[in-house]
Design a protein. Sequence first.
Length: 436
Amino acid sequence: MSHPLLELRLETGPFPFVVYGLAVLTLVVLATRRPVRRWLPIQLLGAVAGAGVGLVLAWLVSDVWNSFGVALTPITRLWFALGIGGIGFAVAGLWRARVWRVVLGSASVILFAFAGAVGVNMDVAEFPTLGSALGVSTISKLALPASIATPTPTPTSTALETLAQSWHAPADLPKAGTVGAVTIPATVSHFPARGAVVYLPPAALVANAPRLPVLEMLSGQPGSPANLISAGALATIFDQFAATHEGLAPIVVIPDQLGAPQLNPMCVDSTLGNSATYLTLDVPNWITHNLHVLTSRADWAIGGFSQGGTCSIQLGAKYRGVYGSILDIAGEIAPHHGSIPATIASAFGGSAAEYTAATPLALLASGAPYPDTLGIFVAGQNDARFGAASVTVSNAAQAAGMTMHHLVSPGTAHDWHTVQFGLRQGIPILAEHWGL
């Protein structure tokens, strides 16, 4: 489904300023109730009380209930306070007000709540467009170019330094790559995966397209593959890279490692689903039989954000015969499905030893050394919890012999701004590793 309205930008452009402008104008009108000397102090008191409620609510959601699995940033907490503070201001002026003021004040409750939500969204970059906020995907089914659609025997890796030097972009090279939805069958794993998303760079869309490296990328939880396109701006970022490299960039495949937004099979094979086998066998088999790719492990990378980042280091460390590079953006110190005891019970048959063996630190220690593996670890500067995990895991990767890069996204937290930073900074490192 595609409609211009669905492409309305929610975090950039005029939309946020229109919302904030309406909120400020409404506040000014509400503040003019006469006698002002009597009612304005009451309304300001209501605003202060509302702001306090907002800060307490943010504290409960973030630090007590841990509803999102991450700590809310100071900016997000401020928007909680401003939004509910505005509601308090409006409600405090409703007592015995004229009908039109009651109507305006009641409507402003929704407006102030919405303005707060817009501010939070600008901070975390979760919903860049109206379509993404409504859960409406604008990604159409992928139509593979004729040169790719027919599977052909794929030789071992062709050195990309040769490709980069010898490749000459044809006159009909598209200015941008293409994104499409595909179904990757769980032939071996029988994992109940949702549809996947594929990004093909411009060089993959021409006749006699070169074989290209692969990045298998995973979104976070809760989430879906499309999040990396909408909130992560993956296609835009890779198109920008390709534009300065004669259309060359990796093919990106974004499979579903969850099964549903709220599920977390933790990228292991268990009673929760054979997620690991799906990602490391079914997905690579589909890629090599349907896309024009290089097949050496040196030309394959696995990456992800948050839960997907945890998966990337788990799978990259354990299945080193498949992946030669890892892009872990704000991954965790260990997989989890609730508390540690609940995690051990739900996916590891009650065995604490099996759980420990599946953690990134244990996998890195048991698999060392990794002299021919590249590890890129990214975290937001303001992401205290996942930032600390990123430092610990990246140090362990370096100690295990990986070529390690640790990147910190300035001024961001556990959000999609960090993902975009990680992709922009990570793709040149991967490209250099691939000889591109």
